[in-house]
Design a protein around this ligand. Sequence first.
Ligand SMILES: NC(=O)c1ccc[n+]([C@@H]2O[C@H](COP(=O)([O-])OP(=O)(O)OC[C@H]3O[C@@H](n4cnc5c(N)ncnc54)[C@H](OP(=O)(O)O)[C@@H]3O)[C@@H](O)[C@H]2O)c1
Length: 165
Amino acid sequence: MFMFSTCIEHLQAQPLWILLLSSLGFLSLLKQTISLLKWLFITLLRPPKNLKKYGSWALITGSTDGIGKAFAFQLAQNGLNLILVSRNPQKLKSVSREIQAKYPYTKVKVVVLDFSGDDVTAGVGAVEEVVRGLDVGVLVNNVGVSYPGARFFRRGGGGGVEESG
Ligand SMILES: NC(=O)c1ccc[n+]([C@@H]2O[C@H](COP(=O)([O-])OP(=O)(O)OC[C@H]3O[C@@H](n4cnc5c(N)ncnc54)[C@H](OP(=O)(O)O)[C@@H]3O)[C@@H](O)[C@H]2O)c1
């Protein structure tokens, strides 16, 4: 209590500009500290989201290589069953085997679909058949389709995108 009143007396003895500057410094330090604590919480302490609450299946397009394949393994590790969609049936079979060897309880279904092929409608129909009745909660739509000379949309690069209405 004594310390506190001494502190108040000390502050009252300071010129106003020093008090204002110190308050600004204090607020800025507080802001930095809160940001740091938030970052520490998000990076080290926050528990991961339970993706199974959205549904027990995940559908990943472009799942036999790179980012899509990595997603497939991560989602299987998180206990989700997988629907893998890609062009190449051999690669699909091999990735599906790899996943089941590592996560034996994961159910895996595969759909061969070439998004740049002639019969995308039939392929999408095949995907519909496979997902029917399954509780799909996560979609990783990782196959990128572009058009010649792609540019940022705001620079007039809307080729292939149709406006409606
Ligand atoms: N890697 C990066 O640094 C980066 C950066 C920005 C954006 N991206 C985008 O992220 C996505 C994945 O990149 P990535 O590096 O992981 O690519 P990747 O290693 O080449 O893998 C592409 C995956 O997509 C499948 N695929 C390719 N064309 C397809 C088609 N026409 N129909 C169906 N499946 C097809 C491939 O499987 P199959 O051969 O079995 O069909 C493969 O599983 C792409 O859209 C890419 O543009 C990547």
